[in-house]
Write a protein that binds this ligand. Structure first.
Ligand code: HPA
Length: 306
């Protein structure tokens, strides 16, 4: 009995010490310090709160956050509690980090991300990815909601991103380059790892989930596209269109993280159906494919961690 009480007190003390360290950490890194120092600070804060050291991170896009609710032994950290992390202003994006286990494998998930259209800089948008690198993340799964341009991609379909078109009018690597993160001019001939794509295809097949490969075009938003713009994007070779993912993928590749991208086609792109596009529909379709998506992500997490 006495032993149990002592153990309980010890665990409470450890918890308070960790919280205290976190608070001390928060006070010590001014916003004017280098991006690297700020990312180190954020990484220290996360480490102080989570017991696991995951090597795989998953960014869950609009309406796709539920996967993180099923983690075992989960530690949930709201973005507001991580110094430097931007906080989401959009419905359908919870805004918290979940670190836990999926079938005994440690995984980190972002439930919600911030976007360029929220007036965040691309440095802010990609700050969590910088932090993940310093936490030891080696593989990154980026998910998003997207409009389908390829007519074979119907509402609710999943698309494996084979490559992207950065049409945001901005690049997250603009500005001073810190060599500790990676090169000034990173090669982007293989942004989405062929090996991870193959694993994803195998796991989707094992689940009987249809998966088409395609090119994702990122636009700044927040308005959806015009039919003329979709026509142009098709001419460019795009199969799906969205407002995220590409900055994160670029930054991850610069730092040598392997990237996998999956789009959930939540609607047909502008001009391809008679229905107007709206955000509620986007989030709703995301929720409808939630279970299929979660099953695929679960299998992927286990494969990627091994
Ligand atoms: N366009 C851009 N972004 C999107 C869309 C779309 O049709 N659907 C979901 N995100």
């Amino acid at each position: 009995m006495e032993r149990k009480r002592l153990a309980c007190r010890r665990s409470r003390t450890t918890h308070y010490i960790k919280r205290l360290l976190t608070m001390t950490n928060m006070a010590e890194e001014p916003a004017s310090s280098s991006l690297y120092a700020r990312a180190e600070h954020a990484a220290r804060t996360i480490r102080a709160r989570a017991a696991e050291e995951p090597r795989v991170a998953i960014v869950l896009g609009s309406g796709l956050g539920a996967f993180g609710d099923d983690f075992e032994d989960a530690v949930v950290i709201p973005y507001q509690e991580i110094p430097g992390f931007p906080t989401s202003t959009v419905a359908g994006h919870a805004g918290q980090l979940v670190i836990g286990k999926v079938d005994n494998v440690p995984v980190l998930a972002m439930q919600g991300r911030v976007h360029f259209y929220e007036a965040y800089s691309l440095e802010d948008v990609t700050f969590p990815i910088r932090t993940f690198k310093l936490l030891g993340i080696r593989k990154l799964v980026l998910t998003n909601a997207a409009g389908g341009i390829d007519v074979q991609l119907s509402q609710g379909a999943l698309m494996l991103i084979s490559d992207h078109l950065n049409l945001m009018g901005a690049n997250p690597l603009r500005g001073p380059n810190d060599k500790r993160f990676g090169p000034r001019f990173p090669d982007l001939s293989d942004v989405y790892s062929r090996e991870l794509q193959q694993i994803c295809i195998e796991e989707a097949r094992a689940l009987g989930v249809e998966l088409r490969r395609g090119i994702y075009a990122a636009l700044p938003g927040p308005s959806y596209e015009t039919p003329a713009e979709i026509h142009m994007l098709r001419g460019f070779g795009a199969d799906a269109v969205g407002m995220s993912t590409v900055p994160e993928a670029i930054v991850a590749r610069q730092m040598g993280i392997e990237v996998l991208g999956i789009s959930c086609i939540t609607n047909m792109a502008a001009g391809l159906s008679n229905e107007p596009i709206n955000h509620e529909e986007v989030v709703e379709t995301g929720k409808q494919v939630r279970d299929t998506f979660a099953r695929l992500l679960r299998r992927l997490a286990v494969r990627l961690a091994s």
